[in-house]
Design a binder for this molecule. Structure first.
Ligand code: BT5
Length: 252
């Protein structure tokens, strides 16, 4: 089992911390290298989407991992990161958050944090770049994110400083990464994730994946992090990718 002490590289501005960390990984950087930037000019989400990363307004960071377990379980790294962000926000800001499968941290149904795990082939083997973006400051968001995004400051009314959250967050990542690597660790990560997410079970959702739209109720996670949905026809389907939204039930 590998354990590491995070090593930090701080930048004022980068196109994307994931790209910088991937380049470092290709150059042979070790597991645990964390790239942190005050601003990203080309911050990205899944499927080539943009991650708005205004200067000084959030935590934009990426850590290099070199997992030694089956690649089929690597999706659990995204869940692990979400657990770690959840715990760090609770510890540092007393902020209770929800986790939406697979990679969003929400407060009052608004997005506070997104996580992007990518793989990169390096001379030391395939690595995972785990990117985390957390909105800290109560800056105004672009029009398309108004009503969709939130920040620690907006949610708590308290000042949110980058320096306060970085170490607890990476401390949490190390803790849950070790848990994941134990025998039975994947089951524990799924349990920890489910305990923090209203989306784990019994939530009415709509999932969109490659143009397909499915509606139903969530029915827990598979051991690799896949989401089970009981569709309106009663069939249980398992999804390993997709965008989930909560569907409100209207009672008359
Ligand atoms: C994500 O993608 O949520 C993953 C975001 C990962 C960002 C981090 S920052 C450090 C590292 N370096 C990078 O370049 N990326 C990672 P996805 O689930 O596809 O969500 C993207 C969508 O979230 C966008 O299409 C917007 O709708 C919304 N969005 C963009 N910026 C946001 C923000 N700052 N706060 C809340 N929502 C945002």
């Amino acid at each position: 089992m590998t354990a590491f002490t995070p090593q930090f590289l701080h930048f004022d501005s980068l196109p994307s911390t994931n790209v910088e960390a991937a380049n470092r990984a290709v150059e042979g950087a070790p597991e645990g290298l964390c790239v942190v930037a005050r601003e990203q000019t080309a911050g990205r989400g899944r499927l080539e989407r943009q991650w708005v990363s205004s200067k000084g307004a959030g935590l934009y960071c990426s850590i290099i991992l070199r997992p030694q377990f089956y690649q089929s379980l690597w999706p659990l790294l995204t869940l692990m990161a979400a657990i770690a962000v959840h715990d760090a926000l609770l510890d540092v800001y007393d902020l209770e958050t929800d986790i939406k499968w697979p990679n969003d941290i929400l407060v009052n149904d608004r997005k506070l944090c997104g996580i992007l795990a990518e793989t990169v082939d390096t001379p030391l083997g395939r690595a995972v770049i785990l990117g985390i973006g957390v909105n800290l400051k109560h800056n105004s968001f672009p029009a398309e994110l108004e009503g969709v995004a939130t920040s620690v400051e907006a949610a708590t009314g308290r000042n949110a400083d980058l320096e306060l959250v970085v170490e607890p967050l990476f401390g949490s990542i190390v803790k849950y990464y070790q848990m994941l690597q134990h025998l039975g660790g994947s089951k524990e990560i799924v349990q920890e994730w489910s305990a923090r997410s209203s989306y784990a079970s019994g939530k009415r959702v709509r999932l969109v994946n490659s143009g397909e739209i499915v509606e139903g109720f969530t029915r827990g996670l598979e051991s690799d992090g896949g989401l089970r949905i009981e569709t309106n026809t009663g069939e249980i389907r398992i999804f390993r990718a997709g965008d989930v939204t909560a569907v409100r039930t209207v009672y008359s």
